[in-house]
Design a protein around this ligand. Sequence first.
Ligand SMILES: [Zn+2]
Length: 283
Amino acid sequence: MKFLILITLTFFNIACALGTQKIELSKKNMSIRPGEVRWIEFPVSSQHSKLLCRGLEVKYVKRGDVGLAFVMESYFSDLSPYQCVVQEKHNKTFEFNFVVIQRDYLAEKLKVDPKRIKLAPEDEKRVMEEQQILNKIYRSSIPDFLFTEAFIQPMKSVVTSVYGTKRVYNKEKKGQHLGIDYRAAIGDEVPAANAGKVVFSGDLFYTGWTVIIDHGVDIFTVYGHLSKTTVQTGEIVKRGDLIGLSGNTGRTSGPHLHWGTKVQGQYIDGFILIEESKKHFKN
Ligand SMILES: [Zn+2]
């Protein structure tokens, strides 16, 4: 009887030891700059595992026992370090320690139509209504990657304004340019930067004729100032499919394409999204 108890206890100890080993915390150090994204991969054992960054849940995709996600840092980051943790029930199983490195952005001056700086009351009403429509769109992303390839630039022409440029409009209004501008004539073809679902195709006050594509898991791309859109809301597009023609609509200082990339509710640098997406998806 004593012998049996001893054996049972020994088994119990081994099981506990194995249990402890299984939930051992793995760590990885990462760095990021304001307005950027980072690709991360981590082990997950169940559908209920959560990814939490700064304590907030971030959507990820589970492929087998691996979790895949982009982590984003806001342009307006306060540069404080933080953790992204993988939480399995009550256990932390993986920890990414992020340091945030300052990034200096350029400044530029622009001249635009004064009506799009000091808004008339009816324009103000229009902007607010459009914002509500856009907020709803950005809250309803499809919970899986709709693409299997890396992101590409929507145009091969010269970049006339990079992401993050600090702007002064008409010597009075300050802002930030949270997208990338490409040189384009009126009527140049604009292809989709990746596969996804068209969730908006219409005319907006600031970005004029605009197409927005949902690529899944809170990743969106925006194509602005178009002369014409060639896709309808609800359409599924492949990478490189024609979505519209470039133009000079909305708040502009001349014809060009404005390309915005939004991840988890923040506009980030599209060039970094392209580079980070290549770490997992074929080019
Ligand atoms: Zn722009």
